[in-house]
Design a protein around this ligand. Structure first.
Ligand SMILES: [Zn+2]
Length: 285
């Protein structure tokens, strides 16, 4: 059987607002509802940031806790991945929610430019975030904004800073960082295979209109796909995406075209080497 494709939905992010697209979920209850719809559409992973009620980014562990509880209740088995990205807080506040033990967390291992600022990931903070994940059994997803980040992940694995085989995500199309470039994309895959082995899971995210391109490339090349309103608020130039679920459905269609079955949460957990799902009280076992 062809390898199932894991679809990750990045529901909110730090940047898009209701003014960009009214479907962007901001409050925790909106986030739970949007995630549930995306889960029903085929997403196995939810990548989440939290926001204040005025839509500004937050790193409040209480919001993360409420979100986790709601997703566990409404989307049984879904893999919960929290962002430790730098737009939501500074320094160690970025990892303040790791004590909640989400299944996964994003981990940036190097610095690069963002559209209007430097995305700072100093070595001591990277080490601290990786250690917090290691001791709490939270699987990192390495955010590769650059080729050097894949090599850094190998170095960290060798030093025992990462447990097991990491999941690596290629992020392309962020302005002032790595553009969408097919040769680089292919070389990223080659590098992951060379350094970590052919079975290492990798995923790809494209920003704005590049989301579709990266979904198509990754699914056809045997990788996993990230979609969602965090990275892109439109279906096409003239049409706002009506929901996160609509973007998930678009990724499912690409899987169908490529004869890739869409991974269930259980299949995704096995592919990523994650612990079994947390069963919430009151939920069928
Ligand atoms: Zn994010």
């Amino acid at each position: 059987m062809t390898k199932p494709c894991i679809i990750c939905v990045a529901i909110t992010g730090s940047l898009p607002t209701k003014a960009n697209n009214p479907a962007v979920p901001i409050t925790v209850s909106e986030q739970i509802e949007s995630t549930h719809e995306a889960f029903e559409a085929g997403a196995a992973i939810v990548h989440a940031h939290v926001r204040n009620d005025d839509e500004t980014p937050s790193s409040d562990p209480e919001k993360f806790a409420a979100l986790k509880e709601g997703i566990e209740r409404h989307c049984p088995g879904m893999i919960i991945q929290f962002s430790t990205g730098g737009r939501s807080g500074a320094g160690k506040t970025r990892g303040g929610m790791l004590s909640l033990r989400p299944d996964m967390a994003s981990l940036s291992v190097g610095s690069n430019n963002f559209p209007t600022r430097v995305y700072e990931n100093p070595p001591d903070l990277v080490d601290w975030l990786a250690l917090e994940m290691l001791v709490r059994d939270v699987k990192p997803e390495i955010e590769a904004f650059d080729l050097s980040h894949i090599l850094k992940a190998r170095e960290m694995a060798d030093k025992g800073q990462l447990e097991g085989t990491p999941c690596i995500q290629f992020v392309m199309g962020v302005r002032n960082a790595m553009p969408v470039d097919r040769d680089v994309f292919d070389y990223y895959i080659h590098t992951v295979h060379r350094l970590f082995g052919k079975d290492t899971p990798w995923c790809a995210a494209g920003i704005g209109p590049h989301q579709l391109t990266l979904n198509e490339w990754a699914i056809a090349a045997g990788g996993h796909a990230r979609t969602g309103l965090e990275d892109n608020v439109r279906l096409d130039r003239d049409t706002l995406a009506p929901s996160n679920a609509a973007l998930v459905r678009r990724a499912v269609e690409i899987c169908d075209k490529n004869d890739r079955p869409v991974a269930t949460p259980d299949q995704a957990r096995a592919l990523l080497g994650l612990r079994p799902a947390t069963i919430t009280k009151g939920q069928a076992a």
